[in-house]
Design a protein around this ligand. Structure first.
Ligand code: SF4
Length: 133
């Protein structure tokens, strides 16, 4: 019998995630957009939403104004076309409005939703290129 216990935290508090969790899945508009080991996602987030989320965390002692992701969370009953994050994404391109992102492996234990990949020259190439495989 396995004695290992598993807990799933659903939270917006990334400090708790950093302290308590081994793995992390970042969701946007009801979909997992990036998942992997907590230390990997905190050190080198690949998906623009993960990057923006981590960039909006307060830093102790910093006098910099807090970064805020532009726009508003989408209406889940009327999601934007293509990538649901495109109206708020700093890296959005015209294809993001019409194409649905796919799952891509970006590390031994990490996946993210993106259009194309480093191998196919897709439009999320700039994120996938930082992959450490
Ligand atoms: S698919 Fe486009 S809009 Fe969505 S996260 Fe990637 S670059 Fe941004």
């Amino acid at each position: 019998m396995c004695n290992r216990k598993r807990l799933i935290f659903v939270t917006h508090n990334l400090g708790i995630v950093a302290k308590m969790c081994d793995r992390m899945a970042v969701m946007y508009a009801g979909k997992i957009v990036e998942q992997g080991a907590v230390r990997d996602l905190f050190r080198a987030p690949k998906h623009p939403y993960t990057q923006a989320l981590l960039g909006s965390m307060p830093k102790l002692g910093s006098k910099e104004p807090l970064y805020a992701i532009p726009g508003h969370p989408p209406n889940l009953a009327q999601l934007p076309s293509g990538c649901a994050f495109h109206p708020r994404c700093a890296h959005a391109m015209p294809q993001c409005v019409t194409r649905d992102p796919d799952d891509h492996r970006v590390g031994p234990n990490c996946k993210m939703l993106a259009l194309g990949s480093a191998n196919t020259g897709g439009i999320c190439q700039r994120h996938c290129l930082s992959c450490r495989i």
